[in-house]
Design a protein around this ligand. Structure first.
Ligand code: NI
Length: 221
């Protein structure tokens, strides 16, 4: 009996709880550096009003200070994942400090949300092969940077978020700026009118059969 004959060459695992149509065009909105008590709750209201879920890459020390915001985001169906504890460029740290930075924020988020995301986002999107080897979680970066942190301008943030949308896109914004929060309803409306479904990073990955190499917004070992 050939023991190997039953094993398929390629498998595309799908979680049963994620109900997304395979041909839907999807974009994930992502928000970094929160939670912030002045801006994040307002953004959550906007997302809920639009029936949209997003992904938040949060800084651990902010999560520890405002756990109720992190919990509300997660309870509403958004992904909340580690953006490290102190938001230091990981390529400047020792391997052990790097691992602690990523994992301590992730643990704090899991303690509050009871969910453990299999990915994180390094500060400024900066990482190297040593960082990848030290950490079991996957890196999620982005494919469209709105530059919201630099312009602090609502119209410019809308412009860059909707400039050249494509399936599987991950858009980078920051929920700590009121100008960004003000831009989100128009961004959602624009992208939905052009046929995109706005999903969390988990849903995006799930819909594409897990993490793949050679995609600009996700790097894996
Ligand atoms: Ni950041």
């Amino acid at each position: 009996m050939a023991a190997f004959s039953m094993i398929p060459l390629f498998t595309h695992p799908k979680s049963p709880e994620v109900k997304t149509k395979p041909r839907e065009k999807m974009i994930a909105l992502t928000f970094d550096d929160g939670p912030n008590p002045k801006t994040t709750p307002k953004l959550l209201e906007e997302l809920q009003a639009a029936h949209v879920h997003a992904t938040f890459f949060e800084i651990g020390k902010n999560v520890a200070q405002y756990p109720e915001i992190t919990k509300a985001l997660s309870d509403a169906g958004n992904d909340v994942a580690s953006h490290t504890w102190n938001h230091i460029d990981l390529t400047t740290l020792t391997p052990i400090s790097t691992k602690n930075e990523i994992d301590e924020a992730a643990s704090e988020i899991t303690k509050i949300t009871d969910k453990n995301m299999p990915f994180y986002r390094p500060p400024k999107g900066r990482f190297d092969s040593a960082i990848l080897k030290s950490e079991s979680k996957e890196v999620v970066t982005w494919s469209q940077d709105t530059g919201d942190w630099a312009t602090l301008d609502t119209e410019t943030t809308i412009k860059y978020a909707t400039l050249n949308p494509h399936d599987n896109e991950i858009i980078l914004m920051h929920d700590i700026y009121p100008q960004t929060v003000a831009a989100v309803p128009a961004i959602i409306k624009n992208l939905e009118q052009r046929g995109y479904t706005l999903v969390t990073v988990s849903q995006l990955i799930e819909n594409h059969g897990g993490f793949h190499e050679h995609q600009s917004y996700m790097k894996t070992k």
